[in-house]
Design a protein around this ligand. Structure first.
Ligand code: SAM
Length: 460
């Protein structure tokens, strides 16, 4: 692998850069595989399934390195949302959130550049209970994969939006935490994806840096005084890292936050304009290239500066609400909304926020879509199967791995021994986690796994 000479030249003055070791780390071709577990969907013995050589990612309480890269597509637990395959360095976001945003009260958080959902699923696992997470992606096609990953993760407190950063202007002083995992020139991932080097150029670094400034300028007004901004890239270029810190500090009203870490982790702390950044080099950490910095917005203007009118919500009829309640373990915790024919379950505490967000943003997904009332009952949605909101009385069948994969392919599968299925809806589970729905009919079983999500891969 030959790294772009212009990249190496531009990094000579970058804090902690050691050219020979950096080049060697890229030449080694070492491939690090890491996953982050979903604490809301624990599976006993999950790590044992990856072999013995599993070790913890030291800066993330749910992160693990795997000795080998399995074919993740052929693991039903991935599709069940039991874990997310995430680059280890970027899991440091947990430290930034926990240390810079230590409040235990529910927070309003925004993940502005969220697809495909690595940071958002991490945030869901570390935000205080009762928090709201707005997970936004500007590119429509990428917002679909974001919504899919959020659905698999299963939390009801997330609103997925598909907006340009500018559209958040009306939500001034609104969020307690904003994460900007900015689009960047991507040099931090060259070791993993050498082809990405073809798109790298000094001109592209400049372009990315200008775009990062625009994104931050657009979104800063949406941060509450006292709130936290976390900025991250997977670029080594100072123009996209310290250069952006300098610009942010030059705006006034922000204070840099320091993040404590163990010196053995190999992270390089960098200081510029009174702010602190954290550089991850592959020759020093067990992970790929990453940069993160944390800021607090100084106190000043207070309160929610939103001046729009909350959107009027459509609510289901009493009959529809009664039907829906039968599909919830704790119906009193949720407000129900109607969206065309679908019923959404929204945590009660988040209803007022949702009404505000709906009046100013394009909402792709909010809370849990429960499905639809129909003439003779209810058609439950896939989101509901993945949500963990269902009562324990819902019938289920447990499949072995071979048949779970067949189910996920929407192909013929065999239900083993167990209680006889009665006619109606049942969950399909693997190692105790729901994968989706089937409907038992006299003499046959219909597979309701979403067509667009089905596995196409046959075998390794
Ligand atoms: N946070 C994601 C994760 O952990 O899975 C990765 C985000 S990726 C580094 C940057 C994202 O920013 C991409 O999904 C990209 O589509 C989006 N993006 C591109 N241009 C943007 C813009 N002008 N404003 C906001 N987001 C943008």
């Amino acid at each position: 692998m030959t790294l772009p000479p212009a990249l190496l030249a531009s990094l000579q003055a970058a804090p902690g850069f050691a050219e020979a070791a950096f080049v060697q780390a890229h030449a080694s071709g070492q491939a690090i595989t890491s996953i982050r577990l979903n604490p809301a969907k624990p599976v006993e013995g999950l790590l044992d399934g990856f072999g013995t050589a599993v070790s913890s990612v030291p800066w993330n309480s749910h992160g693990y390195y795997l000795a080998e890269r399995p074919v993740f597509t052929l693991d039903p637990l991935l599709h069940a949302g039991a874990y997310y395959v995430q680059e280890a360095s970027s899991m440091f976001l947990q430290q930034a959130v926990v240390q810079c945003c230590p409040q235990e009260r529910p927070l309003k958080a925004l993940d502005l550049c969220a697809a495909p959902g690595g940071k958002s699923t991490l945030l869901q696992s570390v935000l205080p209970p009762g928090s709201l997470l707005v997970s936004n992606e500007v590119i429509k096609g990428r917002a679909n994969i974001l919504a899919e990953n959020i659905t698999k993760w299963g939390a009801a407190n997330v609103v997925v939006t598909n907006n340009d950063p500018q559209h958040f202007a009306r939500l001034s002083n609104y969020f307690d935490l904003i994460v900007v995992d900015a689009p960047c020139s991507g040099s931090g991932l060259f070791r993993r994806d050498a082809a990405a080097m073809d798109e790298w150029s000094p001109a592209n670094v400049e372009l990315c840096s200008q775009r990062q400034l625009r994104i931050l300028a657009d979104i800063l007004p949406a941060l509450q005084p006292g709130g936290t901004l976390i900025y991250a890239t997977c670029s080594y270029s100072p123009q996209e890292d310290e250069g952006i810190m300098d610009w942010l500090m030059g705006q006034g009203g922000l204070e840099g936050q320091r993040i404590a870490f163990d010196a053995n982790w190999g992270i390089v702390e960098t200081e510029s304009s009174g702010a602190y950044g954290y550089r991850f080099y592959p020759d020093k950490v067990q992970g790929e290239g990453f940069f993160i910095a944390c800021f607090t917005k100084q106190e000043g203007a207070t309160g929610n500066g939103y001046h729009g009118k909350p959107k009027k919500q459509d609510i289901p009829s009493r009959h529809e609400a009664a039907l829906a309640a039968q599909w919830l373990q704790n119906p009193n915790d949720f407000a129900l909304l109607k969206q065309q024919n679908d019923i959404l379950a929204i945590p009660q505490a988040l209803m007022a926020d949702l009404a505000l967000l709906q009046s100013t943003l394009y909402i792709k997904k909010a809370g849990i879509n429960m499905g639809q009332p129909v003439a003779n009952g209810w058609v439950p949605s896939h989101e509901l199967a993945m949500s963990g909101l269902l009562p324990h009385t819902v019938p289920f069948v447990d499949l072995d791995k071979t048949n779970a994969l067949q189910y996920l392919r929407r192909d013929h599968f065999v239900i083993g021994d167990g209680p006889q299925l009665v006619v109606g809806w049942a969950l399909v589970r693997y190692l105790g986690l729901p994968l989706g729905w089937i409907k038992a009919m006299p003499g046959r079983v219909n597979n309701y796994y979403p067509k667009d999500w089905r596995i196409l891969m046959r075998s390794e």
